[in-house]
Design a protein. Structure first.
Length: 148
């Protein structure tokens, strides 16, 4: 299962959207939950959250790649209220896309993304950050929630 970490989270998100669209084509009678205005808002919030998180990484000149070697512990900006704003932003955008399109099967993408990130990526990253930043990271974990 650790091999999935080699795929960047945005690629995983796109693959899950593709899978969701495929399932929608196989079962077009699945109920629809169309809420395009909510979808647009969630997509915008998701992109803004991820972009601001990426900006924080750029400010500290550290890697944002999950398999990379971080040189700094980012705790500013959106990292003050969630330890994973980039992933949260992608998750929010995926949910927004599902509402925008209005297909219940498209909710497979954000749900699947959450479980892949929460069960595979985050334990890997948290172990790495604990080893690199020791007590600073443990204190950060105590203070800031993993998701919200």
């Amino acid at each position: 299962m650790q091999h999935i970490i080699r795929f960047p989270p945005p690629i995983i998100a796109l693959a899950l959207v593709g899978l969701s669209f495929g399932l929608d084509q196989l079962a077009p009678d699945i109920p629809h939950l169309k809420a395009p205005h909510l979808g647009i808002i969630l997509i915008a919030v998701g992109f803004a959250t991820s972009a601001s998180a990426l900006f924080q990484f750029r400010l500290l000149r550290t890697t944002f790649v999950p398999t990379g070697d971080p040189t700094a512990l980012v705790m500013e900006g959106p990292y003050c209220w969630t330890r994973n704003p980039m992933y949260l932003g992608i998750l929010t955008a995926l949910a927004g896309f599902a509402f925008f399109v209005g297909s219940a099967s498209l909710f497979i993408a954000p749900i699947g993304f959450f479980f892949v990130i929460d069960r595979l990526f985050l334990p890997y990253e948290e172990t790495k950050l604990s080893g690199l930043f020791a007590e600073s990271y443990l204190e950060y974990q105590r203070r800031v929630p993993r998701w919200l």
